[in-house]
Design a protein around this ligand. Structure first.
Ligand code: NAP
Length: 251
């Protein structure tokens, strides 16, 4: 039986660990070739590549920050050179640097903007020439529940994740007529390295679970399931949409 993404080509930023890796494995299991991006952890990236290729697909790695437009261009160029097309872009890479409004260093503000917002813009722009020529493509942007309601102490993070939703809707309007859909996902608390430190603080894990009606933290697989749906033809009439995956944390 033909797999859902057989021979399709999927670029995923920040895919060496956490949610991005879960998404990459889900696409690989469905037959897609993967272009995997990471920031600095080569060992984790090589391990993810081996796990992806165990599904019988190919994986190309492009290291470097998505906040660098040259890295974004290298991602698109690698996909076309190695695999000949780009079907899906998942703008997953993100960083969280906490800071209250009055105490926030300018450098922190700019760093988070560069990765979470500018990176999403650069990578999207980089794939457009190919997707427009194909007349098809699907882009999924990783926002956050923090981008929908704000979160105390997370000024740059929540601001950028809100902006990713604005960007998603704007791009969906501009690109819909060209056959390209753009959607966003806003996860709640997902157990990854990003929130590991937070979960280790006394009482925090229990408090997060207590605030979540389904009674558990999210997993990368929870996010991957929705990402493959939004990338597939099954969601062909969905664009500019924000899918909340949070176990009922926000509703
Ligand atoms: P994570 O565990 O910290 O993993 C981050 C991944 O992104 C790693 O592969 C890392 O590469 C890569 N990365 C970091 N900075 C990068 C950069 N500048 N350029 C390219 N890649 C970069 O994070 P996660 O929890 O999986 O989060 C993934 C996405 O989901 C983020 O956008 C995050 O904001 C969003 N999200 C997460 C949660 C949550 O509870 N975990 C909730 C809502 C939204 P290296 O291995 O090289 O460092």
């Amino acid at each position: 039986m033909k797999k859902r993404f057989e021979n399709q080509v999927v670029i995923i930023t920040g895919a060496s660990r956490g949610i991005g890796k879960g998404i990459a494995l889900a696409f690989a299991a469905e037959g897609a070739h993967i272009v995997l991006n990471y920031a600095s952890n080569v060992t984790a990236a090589e391990k993810a590549k081996a796990e992806i290729e165990a599904y019988g697909v190919r994986c190309a790695i492009v290291g470097g920050s998505v906040g660098d437009p040259d890295v974004a261009k290298a991602l698109a160029d690698t996909a076309v050179r190695e695999f000949g097309r780009i079907d899906v872009l998942v703008n997953n890479a993100g960083i969280s640097k906490d800071g209250h409004l009055m105490m926030l260093a300018d450098a922190t503000w700019r760093e988070v903007l560069d990765v979470n917002l500018n990176g999403t813009f650069y990578c999207t722009r980089a794939v457009l020439e190919t997707m427009i020529a194909q007349g098809s493509g699907s882009i999924v942007n990783m926002s956050s529940s923090a981008g929908l309601r704000g979160r105390s102490g997370q000024v740059p993070y929540a601001s950028t994740k809100g902006a990713v939703i604005g960007l998603t809707k704007q791009f969906a309007r501009e690109l819909g007529p060209k056959g390209i859909r753009v959607n966003a996902i806003a996860p709640g608390f997902v157990e990854t390295d990003m929130i590991d430190g937070l979960l280790g603080r006394p009482g925090v894990r229990d408090a997060f679970i207590a605030a979540t009606p389904v009674g558990r933290l999210g997993t990368p697989e929870d996010i991957a399931t929705a990402t493959t749906f939004l990338a597939s033809e099954e969601s062909g009439y969905i664009t500019g949409h924000v899918t909340m995956i949070n176990g009922g944390l926000l509703m």
